[in-house]
Design a protein around this ligand. Structure first.
Ligand code: 3HC
Length: 311
């Protein structure tokens, strides 16, 4: 039976009200928001690594500038989201330690390697395309700071997706070898992109409660279906083949029927056994260790400033 405060809280959620940091919220609401926003922030920071791998090897100055801008944006998205998480009473240091110890996750997609320049096209087109599908509804999530962070992030994501699609356009209209590279990148990133939306609804442990609290607006399968429906015509436009023999338009449902990802691979990757998990966390651990002196210096400086003001 709900307590009177929880009942009043649920009435606010049902009325579509925004919950702000100082408002009453059930402990479970706070906990799942810290989990989701924290992991979303980790995804942005770890998500810089696959693309960072190609900044020094971009084929032209323009491509290099675009990629640099995108990776820089992801860092900013991470900061917006860590700030949103801090309003729930958790520290950035604590969230980072939980990432590095494997206690907190980041998006599975970033555990796949980026092997050729065409992967920069596939990542922008498919990964940021999927991220947009998932983040646009989150602009209406019930927690105020998270919804507002999403509004800013979604504005930048469309540029990320456009620059990726533009790279794919250049490759498919290039030499036969470049078109083959673009197809190879699509082959390797298609199913991992579908996994970004989370497990099937029947296997989603958080969806029911997250939807009751309007933290999650659409189910995992709904957004995955939307992504497939919008991306198949784009692949056709590029003259690329989606690596799914069973993909076909279903006149009755008005959606594409498609093959689900290999969920055993998904659960393996989020358990830490993907192709790049160890490498990604080692890079983040190194950055954390090497940045310790900067954090200490900032704290010492802030303390001196405070002491001077008091003196
Ligand atoms: N990668 C890693 N873990 C995943 C995952 C994925 N793609 N999908 C689901 N999981 C995890 C969940 O976190 C949960 O584990 P936990 O209890 O340890 O947190 C478990 O699998 C069960 O999944 P559920 O569906 O029950 O969990 P959620 O209700 O949290 O749904 C989600 C998962 C749809 C990813 C949801 O958390 C969400 O919408 N998160 C915010 C969006 C986000 O994180 N997007 C990352 C995209 S990448 C990105 O944004 C960077 C872009 O700019 C390139």
């Amino acid at each position: 039976e709900m307590s009177p405060e929880d009942r009043a809280f649920q009435d606010r959620i049902d009325a579509g009200e925004k919950i702000e940091p100082k408002d009453y919220m059930p402990e479970g609401y706070r906990k799942t928001l810290i989990r989701q926003i924290g992991q979303h922030a980790h995804s942005e920071i770890v998500g810089q690594l696959p693309e960072g791998n190609w900044i020094t090897r971009a084929p032209t100055l323009e491509r290099k500038a675009n990629l640099l801008a995108k990776v820089q944006d992801e860092a900013g998205h991470g900061l917006y989201l860590y700030c949103a998480a801090e309003t729930l009473g958790v520290s950035r240091d604590d969230l980072t330690e939980q990432l590095l110890s494997g206690k907190m996750k980041y998006s599975s997609i970033f555990n796949y390697p980026t092997l050729t320049w065409a992967d920069m096209g596939a990542v922008g087109w498919l990964v940021d395309g999927a991220a947009i599908m998932n983040q646009v509804p989150l602009q209406r999530t019930s927690y105020g700071p998270y919804a507002r962070a999403m509004v800013r992030i979604c504005k930048e994501e469309s540029f990320h997706q456009r620059q990726g699609f533009h790279i794919m356009m250049a490759m498919v209209n290039g030499t036969a070898e470049q078109k083959r590279m673009a197809q190879d990148a699509l082959n390797r990133f298609w199913y991992p992109a579908l996994m970004m939306f989370g497990p099937s609804d029947k296997d989603s442990v958080h969806s029911a409660q997250s939807m009751a609290w309007k933290i999650k607006i659409n189910t995992n399968d709904e957004l995955r279906q939307k992504f497939v429906d919008e991306t198949v015509p784009q692949a056709e436009y590029l003259g690329l083949t989606i690596p799914d023999e069973a993909l076909s338009w279903n006149e009755e449902t008005g959606h594409y029927d498609f093959t689900e990802p290999d969920w055993s691979e998904f659960f393996d990757v989020i358990a830490g056994n993907g192709p790049c998990n160890t490498d990604r966390l080692n890079v983040r651990q190194k950055a954390w260790d090497e940045g310790a002196w900067v954090r200490e210096a900032m704290v010492a400086h802030a303390e001196k400033k405070r002491a001077r003001k008091l003196a």
